[in-house]
Design a protein around this ligand. Structure first.
Ligand code: AMP
Ligand code: ZN
Length: 465
């Protein structure tokens, strides 16, 4: 299994530190709003990589944080007149619903900054004690000049960075590239007691602390979107390696951007679509499939047309699943020699699939292997095929789709359709009667069943979240 390592800029054979076990840390979202399609990409990509490793027999300890202390959360909380935890807990819940909709396996652990404060303070203190950080009037900064490897991940040179840095407003820093580990309390902000006074941590320290606490000083894989390479991951390396004295992460993986008109989709630019907006038009499964259709390091352009193309492709896979299940229900008789040859031929698709995934998780080529299998099934299976043959093909098909987290059966089949539809009808009636309180109550009741409903021009549509 080869992984492209951002640190060495090469594809390397993946060998976990401890045989059979993988320690993987993925930077998670800042929870002040619904996640957008761009944020959905690392969710789907690193989940798929984890699934493939599990398929290969590796045990993956998968940690993904929630950044629940941040300016944007605080601003929104102040606007709404609530505590910032009200905002962060709301959007953590929504992000988890989105992850479930995308068929992302639950993380082993989802730590939150607010719950790791003693460990954060402890690591900052260690950095001060070891001469890598300094305190000024209640702020603590990381001394980037003290860490000789600063810049090794992003390939940036600290002197060039400094030359290019804007004139600093913050004159407390020794050097412009120094970054904040602890900020003093400001009015209207949540704060924690620390040896440097009341305040809150800077952004970068949380990941160093959580990776250490839940995975150890040296981890196998550290991942996130490529915007995190600098400064976030560079700073994580500086913090962790200075504090722990050992290599922090052995393989650094970064997904490319989802762009809109060739520009990175982001909240700040306003060129974003929330995942919720999109799943009002196509099911979550299509979004997952859309994301997996390209190589994870290449940029992808988001457009409704491409999303529709993904929907059509996925439909071909689901139709094949339906046909295979139909044949499986009816097939009987024993396998003959010609069919035995077909079973052997069918095994070839798995080899094709694995070759693609072993080459830095080329999901696009892995999907091609699935389509080749679909074609093979369409050409070779008939109502007269033996049960053994149909079963062999179906198992193969299901296994390969399952590794990518592609559901071959609509989840709708597992839910109480009648109940949902009667609730939707009741809600429509309540809205007609202007009884919006009842309508909202019903929406919440439906949401509790992990069902999302969408009011579209064509009427109310629903899907499993
Ligand atoms: P944030 O909440 O901005 O910290 O982002 C959460 C995760 O989504 C990080 O791993 C980001 O790198 C990733 N991300 C943000 N925007 C995009 C985008 N347009 N395309 C791909 N990944 C993104
Ligand atoms: Zn991080």
């Amino acid at each position: 299994m080869k992984i492209y390592n951002t640190l060495t800029r090469k594809k390397e054979e993946f060998v976990p530190l401890e045989p059979g076990k993988v320690k993987m840390y993925v930077c998670g979202p800042t929870v002040y709003d619904y996640i957008h399609i761009g944020n959905a990409r690392p969710y789907v990509i690193f989940d798929t990589i984890r699934r493939y490793m599990e398929y290969k027999g590796l045990e993956v300890n998968y940690v993904q944080n929630f950044t629940d202390v941040d300016d944007k959360i605080i601003n929104k909380a102040n606007k709404e007149g609530v505590d910032s935890t009200v905002i962060s807990e709301r959007y953590i819940k929504e992000a988890l619903k989105d992850a479930e909709g995308l068929n992302v396996e639950p993380a082993t652990k989802n730590p939150k900054v607010t719950e790791e404060m003693p460990e954060i303070i402890e690591m900052i203190q260690t950095l001060i004690d070891k001469g890598y950080a300094y305190e000024v009037n209640g702020s603590v900064f990381y001394d980037t000049k003290a860490f000789k490897d600063y810049g090794k991940l992003s390939g940036k040179n600290i002197d060039d960075l400094e030359a290019g840095a804007r004139i600093e407003v913050d004159t407390q820093k020794k050097n412009p590239m120094d970054f904040v580990l602890w900020k003093p309390k400001k009015p209207g902000e949540p704060a924690w007691q620390s040896p440097w006074g009341e305040g809150r941590p800077g952004w970068h320290i949380e990941c160093s602390v959580m990776a250490k606490k839940y995975l150890g000083d040296t981890i196998d894989i550290h991942a996130g979107g490529e915007d995190l390479i600098f400064p976030h991951h560079e700073n994580e390396i500086a913090q962790s390696e200075a504090a722990n004295g050992v290599t922090f992460a052995r393989y650094w993986m970064h997904n490319g951007f989802i762009n809109v008109d060739n520009e990175k989709m982001s909240k700040s630019k306003g060129n974003f679509f929330t995942l919720r907006e999109i799943v009002a038009e196509v099911p979550y499964d299509v979004v997952r499939f859309f994301i997996l259709s390209g190589h994870y390091r290449s940029p992808i352009n988001f457009s409704r047309e491409l999303m529709q193309a993904a929907a059509n492709s996925l439909d071909r896979i689901k139709t094949c699943g339906k046909n295979l299940r139909f044949l499986l229900d009816r097939a009987e008789g024993t396998i003959n020699d010609a069919e035995r040859e077909l079973v052997k031929e069918c095994d070839g698709f798995r080899a094709q699939f694995e070759a693609a995934m072993d080459d830095d998780f080329n999901t696009a080529d892995a999907i091609t292997a699935i389509f080749d299998l679909v074609k093979f099934a369409n050409v070779n299976l008939k109502e007269s095929s033996s049960k053994e043959l149909v079963e062999a093909v179906y198992n193969e098909f299901n296994a390969l789709c399952g590794i990518l987290g592609i559901r071959t059966e609509d989840k709708e089949a597992e839910v109480d359709v009648e109940k949902i539809e009667s609730l939707i009808a009741e809600r429509t009636a309540a809205k007609k009667n202007k009884d919006y309180a009842r309508a909202d109550e019903i929406r919440a009741e439906i949401a509790d069943m992990v069902i999302a409903i969408y009011d579209t021009r064509a009427g109310v549509r629903w899907s499993v979240m």
